[in-house]
Design a protein around this ligand. Sequence first.
Ligand SMILES: [Zn+2]
Length: 216
Amino acid sequence: MATTKRGRRRPVTQAIKDRSAASRTAAREALHAYAVLCLNDPAELERFRDIAASIGWKLDPASDEPGYSLQNALLLAAQRRPLTHCGGFDYWLSQGRAVAEGEKSLGTFRHIGRKKTDEEKAKEKELADDGWQSSKRGPRYYVKKGTFDVSQTVPRERCPHCGTIPASEDDRTTQCPPDCAAFAPRPGSKPPRVIVVELLQAQLLDADEAEGEANQ
Ligand SMILES: [Zn+2]
């Protein structure tokens, strides 16, 4: 068996592997349950399309464009609804907001390792066409926590939309009123219904099959 030349990897202990597998399983279960919900209730499916439009989505997970892959938009919505605007801890700080006290972050799928170049993909295809089989490998993605919806954040300074002012620098509880524009859905195009239905149906596959389908 060939060894990789990437090196400089941190040793992966069994405990890390177990935790990682557990969070992947939890994510898959949440996706499965949410997919069943959306496929059985057209209104719920429409709410997901609205969420995707507001938080931003892209068809090609590998593209550098902003937005979440549809799979990740689905995973985020499976964990919390409604959602209007998602970002990481530092993103919210850069927006003049901070994660509110006691809020738990949401997880997204991330690829393990760098992206393959077109050249490498072509070479793999060439080998596959010649009858070579790539060795069976474990899941190539993991669940990364650290995403928060705007509703999980509070203003760090005077809110530019509604004027709410935190009581002190360390105040992580003073919230804007529900009608503050910070919470309003953002304009964006909805993902086509047919693509969403296809994605939802893919979540109903067995976990083993689905492992290979997950993207970014
Ligand atoms: Zn506000």
